[in-house]
Design a protein around this ligand. Structure first.
Ligand code: CP
Ligand code: NVA
Length: 259
């Protein structure tokens, strides 16, 4: 497990999950391995493939994960990039299905920054038969590559800067932080640009009465999400965090079971 960014959930769920499955996981901070001193992704992929049965990486550029996968002879798992967070979204979809009994036909709403979570949620929600309404402030839309996939789903997908319209009759509302890892220098500017975009009681009142609220965590409390709304939905938010463990185990089995 190579980490170029911090992690609590991803690190612990993969490490505990691997142990529960009878395997062993190594935590490799990029600061401590030669990757952090300039050894290439290509060389890292080649050498790690001689020692281990799979590689999970959390990094900045999506292209780094793709290059790792190209040169590794073992499975490579994306543990978050600036572009996407697929393992999180598998846990998110699992949590919605657990609570609602289905995914198909439900309305997912994403409110906030068009970041890695937004990109992966749009694709994950649409692929599992949900309708997806995303609301992002102007200038913070999801990545064009994710949008290109989303628009193939026609009127099952909408993107707007009207957060109340997006939240209307939603079965589940997802949100995330305004400032992601690596964007810390933009934090003040982002707080200004996202003023009024907090997921709070007013916004939640547009959704269905039985709406679920999901957050990948960590949350910046009373910034992107109001603490009272968070606490009202705390059970399902921590179910979502717990499901990282179960989903990671499924991903590990799918990738590495025949070893
Ligand atoms: N949601 C998530 O990926 O959390 P961590 O950053 O703690 O791994
Ligand atoms: N968008 C957040 C997700 C953290 C799990 C980030 O990239 O920091």
């Amino acid at each position: 497990m190579i980490f170029e960014k911090s992690s609590t959930r991803t690190r612990v769920s993969f490490e505990a999950g691997m142990f529960q499955l009878g395997g062993h996981a190594l935590f490799l901070s990029s600061r401590d391995i030669q990757l952090g001193r300039g050894e290439s992704i290509k060389a890292t992929a080649r050498v790690l493939s001689r020692y281990v049965d799979g590689i999970m990486i959390r990094t900045f550029a999506q292209s780094d994960v793709e290059q790792l996968a190209e040169f590794a002879s073992v499975p490579v798992i994306n543990g978050l990039t600036d572009y996407s967070h697929p393992c999180q979204v598998l846990a998110d979809l699992m949590t919605v299905r657990e609570r609602k009994g289905k995914l198909e036909g439900l309305k997912m709403c994403y409110i906030g920054d068009g970041n890695n979570m937004a990109n992966s949620l749009l694709v994950g929600g649409l692929r599992t038969g949900m309708t997806v309404a995303a609301a992002t402030p102007d200038g913070y839309q999801p990545d064009p590559q994710a949008l290109a996939v989303a628009v193939e789903y026609g009127d099952h997908f909408t993107l707007t800067n009207d957060r109340f319209a997006a939240a209307k009759d939603a079965d589940v509302i997802f949100t995330d932080v305004w400032t992601s890892m690596g964007q810390e220098l933009e934090a003040a500017e982002r707080c200004r640009d996202f003023a009024g975009w907090q997921v709070n009681r007013e916004l939640m009142s547009y959704a269905r009465p039985d709406v679920m609220l999901q957050h990948c965590l960590p949350a910046h409390m009373n910034e992107g999400i109001a603490e009272d709304v968070f606490e009202e939905h705390v059970g399902e938010i921590y179910d979502e965090a717990e499901n990282r463990l179960h989903v990671q185990k499924a991903v590990l089995l799918l990738c590495m079971e025949d070893k």
